[in-house]
Structure formats: structure tokens, C-alpha cells
Design a protein around this ligand. Structure first.
Ligand code: C5P
Length: 230
């Protein structure tokens, strides 16, 4: 069954804690660039002490030594999952995987869910990139380097599963209900569709954090994922 990870993209740690006080059943939270920059590692410690599994999503893309040291620091903080960019290359991913050992689970960010083919093709200076094939290609590199999973859009999950095998994690942002605003996300699907296609973790931010009733929104997503899960 897919697990729902709440992306804490909020302006302050105190707002994140207030939200979590309303989400009694949540097990996984994601701390990204916004809260890490505002609050630093102390917030991660607080979340870990609350018994939450923390996904530290800083999407590292740097030289191998720097990324490996950052991964070790995340492990020492008690982080359960962290991200590197697969375009950082094989040597970077291998160094990161070696530094991680069994924790944190390192997952490789492939093509950001905010890209469509046109914007990604422009970013990499190639014409008409087929995003399914590109995500498959990057997933293969990540598996070879020893990463524990992949971050991709819900639309590529079946293709990625074929590359990474049955055990690795497939983590998908870009979760939107039928009536939800897409915002800056381009490649989206519902929680039900993402779960049915075999994603192991669904990352959801604004559909929960901006809901009038975040607890009801969270429960609805968990239920949708449970009913549709593979
Ligand atoms: O608010 P929303 O549900 O769009 O949030 C999605 C979260 O997932 C954000 O925190 C974003 O940084 C993250 N993410 C993403 N696309 C990726 C990787 C991570 O949207 N490819």
C-alpha cells in the first residue's frame, strides 16, 4: 500500500507543528528547502523526536564528496529518506549510496514534476525529449549506482517499476484530486491512480496544507490510496 507523505512547505516551523497537531495519524513528513532554510536541522530533530519518519528533500546535486558528507549528516540527524538528483551522475550517486548505507534511504529525483516535455527539452538543450524514456533512463542509472528508489511523476510509475524491479521505492509528488489546482505541477495524477500504478509513497503538499480541513484532506488521500493500492 502507498504511504502518504505530508510535504511541510510552510513558512515556519511553528506552523508546521500546528498542522501536525491536527494530523494525528500522519507517519511521514517531508522537510524541503523552505523549512530547512528557515529552521535548520533543529526542526528535523523535533520531528524525529515526535516519532515521525522524516523525508529530507534537499535534492542534492554537487560533487561526490560534498553530497556524501551531506548524506552522512542527514543520517546522523535521524532522517529516514533523502534525495539526490540523478543528473548528478554515477560517481555522485555511488558516493551518496555508500555514505547512506541502510539509512537514510536515498532516492533519485529524475525529471521534476513541474516539467513538461517542452520545458525539460529546453533546460537540457535537446529537442522533443520523451519524458517517459528519459525518466526510465535516469532510473536505470540510479539503480546501477545503488540508490534505494526513484522520485518521478505518477505518470511514469509503470515504466519505472519495469526498470527498478519489485522492491525499490517509487516516490511520487504531483498528486492532485480532480478539482484541485495544479499550481506549478505539470505531470499530475490522483492519489488513487498513483497508488494503483504501484507508487510506494505519495508526496502531497498544498492539497493538504491549503485545505480548509487538512485532517479530512489527509484522511481522504490515505483512504483513496488504500482502496486503490496494488
Ligand atoms: O504542493 P505539492 O503537492 O505540489 O508539493 C509537492 C512537493 O514535492 C513539493 O515539496 C516539491 O518540492 C516536491 N517535489 C516535486 N517534484 C519532484 C520532487 C519533489 O514536486 N520531482
Amino acid at each position: 500500500m502507498s504511504e502518504v507523505i505530508v510535504a511541510l512547505d510552510l513558512p515556519s516551523g511553528s506552523e508546521a507543528i500546528r498542522l501536525l497537531d491536527r494530523l494525528a495519524e500522519v507517519q511521514w513528513v517531508k522537510v524541503g528547502a523552505i523549512l530547512m532554510t528557515r529552521e535548520g536541522p533543529e526542526l528535523v530533530r523535533v520531528l524525529v523526536e515526535r516519532g515521525l519518519k522524516v523525508f529530507l528533500d534537499l535534492k542534492w546535486h554537487d560533487i561526490p564528496n560534498t553530497v556524501a558528507e551531506a548524506v552522512s549528516a542527514a543520517g546522523a540527524l535521524g532522517v529516514s529518506m533523502a534525495t539526490v538528483h540523478t543528473l548528478g551522475g554515477a560517481a555522485m550517486m555511488e558516493a551518496a549510496a555508500k555514505a547512506a548505507g541502510s539509512r537514510p534511504a536515498l532516492v533519485g529525483v529524475t525529471v521534476l514534476t513541474s516539467h513538461d516535455s517542452a520545458s525539460y527539452s529546453r533546460a537540457v538543450g535537446r529537442r522533443g525529449v520523451d519524458l517517459d524514456r528519459e525518466v526510465e533512463r535516469q532510473s536505470g542509472e540510479a539503480v546501477q549506482a545503488g540508490l534505494a528508489g526513484i522520485v518521478c511523476s505518477p505518470q511514469e510509475v509503470p515504466a519505472v517499476r519495469g526498470v527498478v524491479g519489485p522492491e525499490r521505492w517509487i516516490v511520487v509528488p504531483g498528486i492532485r484530486g480532480q478539482g484541485d489546482a495544479r499550481g506549478d505541477q505539470a505531470r499530475v495524477a490522483t492519489a488513487g491512480r498513483a497508488a494503483a500504478s504501484g507508487a510506494t509513497h505519495l508526496v502531497v503538499g498544498r492539497p493538504i496544507t491549503q485545505a480548509l480541513d487538512p485532517a479530512a484532506a489527509f484522511r481522504g488521500l490515505v483512504e483513496e490510496a488504500r482502496c486503490s493500492g496494488f
